[in-house]
Design a binder for this molecule. Structure first.
Ligand code: AMP
Length: 644
């Protein structure tokens, strides 16, 4: 349910741009310089990409389309073809085939599969407008650059400072310009060169750090360089075996596993951007949605598959997907996938089917934390990997101003109204509450008070959740009331204010929540209502505020002092935040690559039982979330990820 008060339909100029009927005639007849549709009618200053990268004269202050003749302010003539090429007959070929979500449907009927995959295909204005019209504004890179990154492992390549420091080819560079990513985020600076030289990677980085592009850019760049290999032929053969065109089994070249449909959709959306003007067709499959439609979409061709584990196993068992040619495997938010109980499915997919083994395929794992279970997966799935520890966006970054205010239960609603009025009606505000009932009640209350708001929690249908997210992201309902589980992992990039109407009982959850704001260098505000009910989080909260150089209310300090004297069991929180990193490389901590004993669980055992297989040799010093973490997001019993 969404309560829309402010109606804000698409602007006419946007619709005209999408139809390529812009009245100024820039819609581009042949012979005119090509201007991406979403940038038409914008003044030169806006085309300066937020004022960055002026030094080579490419951007700010330059003519409207100058940015598209150079890449990131560089004078690279060879690449300008990406934007100037309007292609012949591109219209007809690029019409999307009417399937949900869309992608480059042309691949199915197109014999160009054998073409040089490193060359961009013809542009498609409508698709380009759809993919790239969202903007990345207000990015505070200077602040974000401060986030520390540690890379450990043998022969680690140097990190890059600019996307141009590594050769990712014409298609990727063109699409980076279209996305308006002016410079790599810290995780991208380190991960891109590591993946480019075909090393396995274990990265402790959170959603919001730019990790999706960190793996998509180099993986897609390699696919473009190397072409489809045997995957294309395998799919054709399977089509012939089945005797009917279109009933092909698909053999994706790259697989990205993600825990939730929302995250899978976000990765898919990002993949579509970087697959624009390429032969690669991304697809997404996830549970809780019509499988027939997903199968039909797969049958149109699938080179990069984003999937939740359960639905992928289903597709494999139906003979729709073969992993025989999957040369790139990404496990995103691996810790959450384990918390959600997906380990058997993940092992089924990676170890018990036809996927090339580690060492042959390239494997990349991303996880906010590095508890034992993740270390075991890393050991089993990765070969001589490089470990990247990316500083926590939430705990060390000064991008987020954290306020803790004392508010009694009865005063919370009126305090909230004051805050909302102070923040301004149009700023995206995410309000966290503890229960589904609480979410409904607060949404109704805000609606009655005249606020455009919506909510997301476990009792909402998938459709309602997606609708609510859309309303929120688009600004039609700039207030989203959410329970924690429902909001986890969501990338809503321009949230200005996170309000902990109800504080969580766990500090990890607090860090995740405030990480919804201040993302990728944007400035954000997080306000938490604290009262007697929250005393269990006092000490951890104080530590976080101090670590992030935030103002600490004196009452919180006194409370924490009282608590410390009452409690004898308070050592844990210190060890959980290792200098702002989610985790560090246990191989460093244990002084070598040992740390595991030989008592490994069997490969196909479908789980680890009680024997974790770790030596007791102290491989997990105080640097790890070696205790407690698993329980925090563990939805064992009857409660699932969505709180159902
Ligand atoms: P992620 O951590 O992958 O969920 O990314 C968070 C957000 O950052 C997404 O909205 C991305 O589109 C955006 N993003 C990723 N890389 C960059 C970059 N280099 N510059 C600007 N925005 C970025």
């Amino acid at each position: 349910m969404s309560h829309v008060v402010v109606d804000n339909p698409h602007g006419l100029d946007q619709q005209l741009a999408a139809l390529d009927l812009n009245p100024d005639g820039q819609g581009g007849g042949t012979g005119r310089r090509y201007i991406p549709p979403h940038l038409r009618n914008k003044d030169a200053a806006k085309n300066g990409f937020g004022g960055y990268e002026n030094k080579d004269g490419g951007w700010g202050g330059a003519p409207r389309d100058a940015a598209y003749n150079s890449f990131g302010g560089r004078n690279d003539r060879s690449k300008s073809a990406f934007f100037n090429d309007r292609g012949s007959g591109s219209r007809g070929r690029y019409e999307r085939g009417g399937f949900g979500g869309g992608g480059n449907s042309r691949w199915v009927e197109d014999s160009r599969g054998e073409d040089d995959w490193s060359k961009p295909t013809a542009p498609n204005e409508r698709l380009e407008n759809e993919l790239f019209s969202g903007s990345n504004t207000g990015i505070n890179f200077e602040k974000y650059d401060d986030i520390p990154v540690e890379a450990t492992g043998t022969s680690c390549p140097p990190h890059i400072e600019s996307f141009h420091d590594v050769d990712m080819g014409e298609i990727i560079m063109g699409n980076i310009t279209l996305t308006r990513y002016t410079r790599p985020t810290p995780v991208q600076k380190h991960a891109i060169p590591i993946i480019k030289i075909k090393r396995d990677l274990m990265a402790c980085a959170q959603t919001g750090s730019g990790k999706t592009a960190a793996f998509l850019l180099p993986v897609l760049s390699q696919i473009y360089t190397e072409g489809p290999g045997d995957a294309l032929q395998a799919s054709k053969n399977s089509g012939q075996e089945n005797g009917r065109y279109g009933r092909r089994k698909q053999y994706p070249i790259s697989l990205v596993l993600a825990p939730t449909r929302e995250l899978a959709l976000q990765i898919y959306d990002e993949a579509r951007k970087f697959a624009y003007r390429s032969h690669v067709r991304p697809c997404v499959v996830y549970g809780g949605a019509d499988i027939g439609q997903q199968i039909r979409d797969l049958e149109r061709g699938c080179h990069l598959l984003v999937a939740t584990p359960g639905r992928l196993v289903d597709m494999m068992e139906r003979g729709k997907i073969g992993l025989d040619h999957c040369n790139y495997l990404v496990l995103d938010e691996a810790d959450r996938m384990l918390d959600m109980g997906f380990e058997p499915q993940i092992r089924r997919i990676v170890e018990q089917d036809t996927m090339p083994p580690k060492g042959i395929r390239q494997t990349m794992m991303f996880s906010a934390t590095f508890p034992k279970e993740i270390q075991i997966l890393a050991r089993d799935f990765l070969e001589d990997y490089i470990f990247l520890a990316v500083g926590r966006v939430g705990s060390t970054s000064e991008n987020i101003t954290q306020k803790v205010v004392w508010v009694e239960e009865n005063d919370k609603r009126s305090f909230l109204l004051d805050l909302l009025n102070a923040t301004g009606k149009d700023s995206l505000t995410l309000v966290f509450v503890e229960t589904k009932k609480g979410a409904d009640a607060l949404e109704d209350f805000l609606y009655r008070e005249g606020y455009a708001c919506t909510s997301i929690h476990g009792d909402r249908s998938q459709r309602d959740r997606e609708e609510a997210l859309h309303q929120f992201r688009s600004g039609r309902c700039p207030i989203l009331v959410a329970t924690a589980v429902a909001a986890r992992g969501l990338d809503i990039s321009n949230v200005k204010h996170v309000i902990n109407f109800d504080l969580p009982s766990d500090i990890e959850e607090y860090v995740h929540r405030i990480g919804r704001t201040g993302r990728v260098g944007n400035l954000g505000l997080a306000t938490s209502f604290f009262n007697d009910k929250n005393s269990n989080i006092t000490k951890d909260l104080l530590d976080i505020l101090v670590e992030a150089k935030q103002e600490v209310p004196s009452w919180l300090e006194s409370l924490a002092y009282e608590h410390q004297h009452k409690s004898t069991n308070r050592g844990r929180s210190k060890s959980r935040f290792s200098g702002g990193f989610g985790a560090r490389d246990y191989r460093q901590a244990s002084g070598g690559s040992g740390g595991f004993n030989s008592n490994r669980p069997g490969r196909n055992a479908g789980g680890h039982g009680g024997n974790r297989g770790f030596g007791g040799g102290g491989g997990f010093g105080g640097n790890f979330y070696s205790d407690g973490y698993g329980g925090n997001y563990n939805h064992s019993g009857s409660v699932d990820w969505w709180g159902n």
